[in-house]
Ligand binder design. Structure first.
Ligand code: MSP
Length: 537
């Protein structure tokens, strides 16, 4: 059995990747979806105290990019440089994406290593020269099987279309170099059987297993009709197929062939996050390339569903017209990061709607969560001059809240940290928020406050301590999803001063009751989720 991510030799980094995105246009909601998911996953693991490596980047070669650059009258390199610097990197910064590296496939640290990798396979006899003729989709940058195509209608009547891009395929005939992918079918099936979690979700795994069971064809790994790519080292009239070039980013970015120590401590990825459109590349071709080179295989390939528009995958050609920045300027960056993971079960398709986002923002973020935080801070201010009182009169109701927090921690840690069930994890945290709201409604601290006996004041102190300590746990648990508002809450609870940086609080310890010390200075900070303005026209 080949090694998996969990069997890394002497390695410590939990390595997560996003796909590297084509830079033919600016990023849209769909790209941001996968990237935010990866950011939440890696922030979660960082906050467990683990060493983490989060990689994203851009895929800059191939015919699609070349044609876009030509249409815009610039060189492909100039086009890529502009898009990366003016659109891609700024969006990730805006969305608070804490990637450790950003790889571009036009960088020398990548292209040199890609040539070495392919040369090695050639020297080992894994690559041969042959001819191929078949339908090609430039949108996918992939040869299609005739059975995969759909019949065109309307302006495309009589033509065969790519089922994903709904555009006519082109018939290509070329003399190419081929990788002996067909020989890896049995080894791949053996690997899938030995590692049942390798491809997620289950539906994606089944699709891949069925596909491989039908027998694999060898893979054309070079192109000679255009030159925007990495030259094949032994025959520079050819460029390396853009997908072979792109997949190798996961190795070159962490030191393959250049920094052995870094490579051993990071590679292979524990999780490759991808959209389901690029499943076969990651779960068939990529592991076969690694097997051919004797390198260890990734831990998991996890496919997310598609954000849909009008029943179709959201793409450059059918965008909603809504850019990520249009949503963040209205709802805020944190709410944006939260919304897609909260509303759509990871792995399933989902549609975006402004109305749904507004409704959830108001009921879950502003009312349930934001109001709880401001009410508790206001009451500690009003009744105890902003100094968190001690809980000396706890009873069953308080014990139930404590248990609720412990359960939310365990559930969120398993769901977000292990299962990549972001929705399930976020729901567990918000169920706890609801529970704390229920506790306050039942305990009616504003009534207890009127009881000026020592017992009455001890009860009041206990209720407010319990609520504030619960919020301390919530701030830790939500930090991966909504770092800015968690920080605001953290500061308003006086936790920064008494407990130190929020990022240093371990998620697995977030349920340790009694962490926030009595005497902490609680202040009514900025409103976490302000009332929404009117929807822009
Ligand atoms: N360049 C290749 C990937 C190479 S990885 C070695 C590519 N790029 S892409 O720009 O088309 O982006 C693909 C990824 O963006 C998808 O796999 C998915 O993760 C994300 N998404 C793009 N559109 C999406 C939706 N409409 N919905 C959800 N995710 C989407 O393919």
């Amino acid at each position: 059995m080949a090694a998996t991510g969990s069997e890394k030799q002497g390695a410590t980094a939990y390595y997560v990747s996003t796909p590297i995105y084509y830079v033919n246009d600016a990023p849209h909601l769909g790209h941001a979806y996968t990237t935010v998911a990866g950011d939440v996953l890696t922030r979660w693991h960082r906050q467990r105290g683990e060493k983490v490596w989060y990689l994203t980047g851009t895929d800059e070669h191939g015919q699609k990019i070349m044609r876009t650059a030509e249409a815009n009258d610039v060189t492909p390199q100039a086009w890529c440089d502009k898009l990366v610097e003016e659109a891609w990197k700024p969006l990730w910064e805006h969305l608070n994406i804490a990637n450790d590296d950003f790889i571009r496939t036009t960088e020398k640290r990548h292209t040199d290593r890609v040539q070495e990798f392919v040369q090695d396979l050639y020297d080992k006899g894994e690559i041969y020269k042959g001819g191929y003729e078949g339908p090609y989709c430039v949108g996918c940058e992939e040869y299609k099987l005739p059975g995969d195509l759909i019949d065109g209608e309307g302006e495309f009547a009589g033509q065969k279309l790519c089922p994903i891009h709904k555009k006519p395929v082109e018939l290509l005939k070329e003399e190419n170099y081929f990788f002996k992918l067909s020989e890896y079918g049995p080894k791949l099936l053996e690997f899938y059987a030995a590692n049942p979690d390798f491809i997620q979700p289950e539906s994606a795994r089944n699709e891949v297993v069925n596909f491989v069971e039908q027998g694999l064809q060898d893979l054309s790994i070079s192109r000679s009709t255009f030159d925007w790519g990495v030259p094949v080292p032994w025959d520079p009239k050819h460029v390396i197929y853009v997908w072979v070039d792109a997949l190798l980013n996961y190795a070159t970015a962490v030191g393959y062939g250049a920094n052995q120590e870094k490579f051993d401590g990071t590679f292979p990825a524990d999780v490759h996050l991808i959209g389901k459109d690029i499943l076969r590349f990651h779960s068939v071709i990529w592991p076969a390339m690694l097997m051919a080179q004797g390198l260890p295989l990734p831990g998991k390939v996890v496919a997310n569903g598609w954000l849909m528009v009008g029943g179709e995958k959201m793409s450059k050609s059918n965008l909603t017209g809504i850019k990520p920045q249009d949503l963040t300027s209205h709802f805020g960056v944190d709410a944006y990061r939260w919304y897609f993971l909260r509303a759509i079960s990871y792995g399933s398709d989902g549609s975006f709607s402004w109305e749904d986002f507004s409704a959830r923002y108001t009921s879950e973020l502003a009312n349930d969560y934001g109001n709880l935080a401001s009410r508790v801070a206001a009451m500690v201010g009003k009744y105890f001059g902003g100094s968190l009182p001690e809980a000396t009169a706890a009873g069953d109701a308080e014990r139930a809240v404590q248990e609720g927090l412990a359960k939310a921690v365990a559930t969120a840690d398993a769901k977000i940290g292990e299962e990549l069930d972001f929705q399930g994890g976020i729901l567990a945290i918000f169920d706890f928020v609801k529970r704390v709201n229920g506790y306050i409604t039942e305990q009616e601290p504003w009534k207890v406050a009127k009881d000026t006996t020592p017992e009455g004041q001890a009860r009041l102190a206990t209720i407010l301590y319990t609520a504030a300590e619960s919020l301390r746990g919530v701030a830790v648990l939500l930090n991966a999803v909504m770092p800015e508002t968690s920080q605001k809450l953290w500061e308003s609870l006086g936790a920064e001063e008494s407990l130190g940086a929020l990022a240093d609080q371990k998620v697995q310890d977030a349920g340790a009751w009694g962490t926030l010390p009595a005497g902490a200075t609680v202040t009514k900070g900025a409103v976490l989720f302000p009332r929404l303005e009117e929807k822009p026209a």
